[in-house]
Write a protein that binds this ligand. Structure first.
Ligand SMILES: [Cu+2]
Length: 259
């Protein structure tokens, strides 16, 4: 899937370039979404620290604009859960069996930095989404996430996501099972917090996905599904145009020379 999408990218570029030569190209460029330029990623989140949590995350990227959706289950109820896009390291989730520096070998957030890198995007419900908000506990989902938000990311983050680099990490683990964040172990991110509040509960490595995989019906805005279909329409249109252009390559070249 990943390689297919990568192979398609130069084709899209060629389509856009050809678009300047013909009316059908102009129609493609009018696509309200700019669908031919968007990227979709998906991550299946599985538990770390025996948290019992799991989930799925979807991201669409169009220029610097991202729409992120996260669904999770098994997270500690009535407790805030920091959630981030981590980028760096090997852009992979750690082995869930790795020995960490936390309680009884629990994996603390920085223990797995070689795998998933650092916080690059804070998936807050409102306000700032930079790493500065990594622990903005009052702006993260409480309990299981049913999260969706559209916002801008930096050029660096956009470039990484476009390559399929990054992981989605959900934090907050009730190691001792008493229903709240506590314990003597300090958080490696903020010593004023117990480690339980910030230890990673679930992680999923982002992969480039087919546009049709944006979840149906889950989007609160209601247009996620439609956008997916329109984008695949643009994909087909782009492919058709490209084939036509390849067949008529000589004619196009002539027209270009005459300009
Ligand atoms: Cu994180």
């Amino acid at each position: 899937m990943r390689t297919t999408t990568k192979r398609l990218l130069p084709l899209f570029a060629a389509t856009v370039a050809l678009g300047t030569l013909g009316a059908s190209g102009a129609a493609l460029a009018d696509d309200h979404d700019g669908g031919q330029g968007s990227t979709t990623l998906e991550a299946h989140l599985s538990e770390l620290n025996d948290s019992g949590a799991s989930g799925t995350a979807w991201i669409t990227l169009d220029g610097n604009e991202v729409t992120v959706k996260v669904d999770s289950s098994g997270m500690l109820a009535e407790a805030p859960h920091a959630q981030h896009i981590h980028i760096g390291g090997t852009n992979q989730c750690p082995d869930p069996n790795m020995e960490g520096t936390g309680v009884d070998g629990a994996i603390r957030t920085t223990d797995a930095a070689d795998s998933y890198g650092g916080v690059q995007v804070s998936l807050t419900k409102d306000g700032d989404t930079s790493p500065d908000s990594a622990l903005a506990v009052d702006r993260f989902p409480v309990g299981d996430a049913n999260y969706e938000r559209t916002f801008e990311v930096s050029d660096d983050v956009a470039a990484s996501l476009e390559k399929g680099d990054g992981s989605v990490v959900l934090h907050g683990v009730d190691h001792n099972g008493n229903g709240t964040y506590d314990g003597d172990q300090e958080s490696d991110l903020d010593p004023s917090l117990p480690s339980e509040a910030t230890d990673p509960a679930a992680c999923g490595t982002l992969d480039l996905a087919q546009m049709e995989q944006w979840p149906e019906g889950g989007a609160e805005t209601g247009d996620g599904t439609t956008a997916g279909i329109e984008q695949s329409g643009a994909l087909l249109a782009g492919g058709g145009l490209l084939t036509a252009a390849a067949a008529g390559g000589f004619a196009l070249r002539r027209r270009q020379t005459q300009k």
